[in-house]
Design a binder for this molecule. Structure first.
Ligand SMILES: Cc1cc2nc3c(=O)[nH]c(=O)nc-3n(C[C@H](O)[C@H](O)[C@H](O)COP(=O)(O)O)c2cc1C
Length: 183
């Protein structure tokens, strides 16, 4: 079990291209429930998961395309629109905001723990994800489109999910480069 679990962690990859087909909703909902068992200081449970249907996903793709068109021109915007509309599954994770910077930092950390739980559970089911924090997620219209409350939530990321068409290769620094032992 331990070796298999470590392999799951090592082998999970951010997926950039997906095969056709949307994973079943029940599988995603079950993975979100498992994700919510992530550690979170003071049991704030600061995460909210927005599972988007095609209508909302398309509105977000349009918003993103408008931003890209404004910054890089119409052909780039059209290309992004086509790519985003072609993504199988769409999910957004938000985090509770707070006036207390320490709480906000800890809540963001907790959301990231939950997201990794989610990614690992889905990977174990053959489903890959891509986490994106592009400019569109910081637009107030983005929160409006997903029906989140801008007064109390901020976006941790937007996620595409689906069956990988290709699993990228990836490396990490060797343990000697990241482990500092002290007496
Ligand atoms: C907070 C965060 C934001 C990310 N945003 C993006 C992004 O905007 N675009 C992207 O291609 N990947 C994004 N990624 C995925 C990373 O690029 C990816 O995790 C990294 O390349 C390592 O690959 P791996 O996940 O396969 O190990 C993000 C990851 C994190 C944790």
């Amino acid at each position: 079990m331990s070796a298999a679990f470590k392999d799951l962690i090592r082998n999970r990859r951010t997926v950039h291209s997906f095969a056709p087909g949307v994973p079943p909703r029940a599988l995603i909902v079950d993975a979100i429930e498992a994700a919510s068992w992530a550690p979170n200081h003071r049991l704030t449970q600061p995460w909210r998961f927005y599972l988007l249907g095609p209508q909302t996903a398309a509105a977000i793709a349009q918003l993103n395309a408008a931003l890209v068109t404004a910054s890089k021109g119409a052909p780039a915007g059209a290309a992004k629109l086509e790519r985003w509309l072609g993504m199988p599954g769409h999910l957004v994770v938000t985090c509770s905001t707070s006036d207390d910077p320490l709480r906000e930092r800890e809540d963001y950390a907790a959301c990231c723990c939950a997201i990794q739980n989610l990614q690992l559970v889905l990977w174990s089911e053959g489903v890959g994800m891509k986490w994106t924090t592009g400019a569109v997620v910081r637009e107030s219209r983005f929160l409006e489109l997903i029906g989140a409350d801008p007064a109390t939530e901020s976006v941790v990321g937007m996620f595409w999910y689906g069956y990988p068409a290709e699993v990228p290769r990836m490396t990490r620094k060797p343990i000697e480069a990241i482990l500092k032992e002290r007496p």
